[in-house]
Design a protein. Structure first.
Length: 183
């Protein structure tokens, strides 16, 4: 049985684009289902994604299908026992990653945010999917919550840092300069 827990819609602040996503409870775990439409330096993208999540809020697998800059994408990431594969090919550089992070949506910040304590720090490694390419590589991330719905975020490999605003479901509502939810 599937039960929708939350839905959200973001608009891009740094380009033309939007993303719609819903979080569902599915067979004792969770699932993110989203639809991202945006234009970046390479061209237009129309991407649909599904992220399968365990009851511990860690990624089990993810699919991305659609087009980016006129090129068809069909990606299937699977994590089994900490070992990752992409379209059936082993990805040993991703072994030990706990999550996926799709650079084209704030939706995938949900999993680490749901694992966070009310106050404190969470460090995690994610399988980071970027476009164009696509490329998938490890991304070390840290999240620090000092109070309420404000979370400091830092991505090691890109030296990116910001303060996220998060809603009670764990979805990011404000990703400064990049995304914010539609009212």
């Amino acid at each position: 049985m599937t039960e929708i827990i939350a839905t959200t819609r973001w608009r891009a602040l740094d380009r033309d684009g939007e993303d719609k996503c819903r979080l569902a409870l599915v067979n004792g775990g969770y699932m993110l289902v989203g639809h991202a439409r945006f234009r970046d330096g390479a061209g237009w993208a129309a991407l649909d994604y599904v992220v399968r999540i365990g009851s511990d809020w860690r990624t089990l697998g993810a699919d991305v299908t659609g087009t980016h800059a006129g090129t068809e994408l069909k990606l299937k990431l699977v994590c089994e026992g900490g070992a990752w594969s992409l379209n059936g090919a082993p990805q040993p550089q991703l072994d030990g990653c706990e999550d996926v992070d799709f650079a084209f949506t704030p939706a995938t910040n949900l999993m680490p945010l749901r694992r966070m304590p009310d106050v404190g720090r969470l460090s995690t490694r994610s399988a980071w999917l970027r476009l164009p390419g696509p490329t998938v590589s490890p991304l070390d991330q840290s999240y620090i919550r000092e109070r309420g719905n404000i979370v400091s975020y830092h991505a090691e490999q890109s030296a990116y840092a910001t303060q996220l605003v998060v809603d009670p479901t764990g979805f990011v509502t404000t990703y400064p300069g990049l995304w914010e939810t539609d009212a």
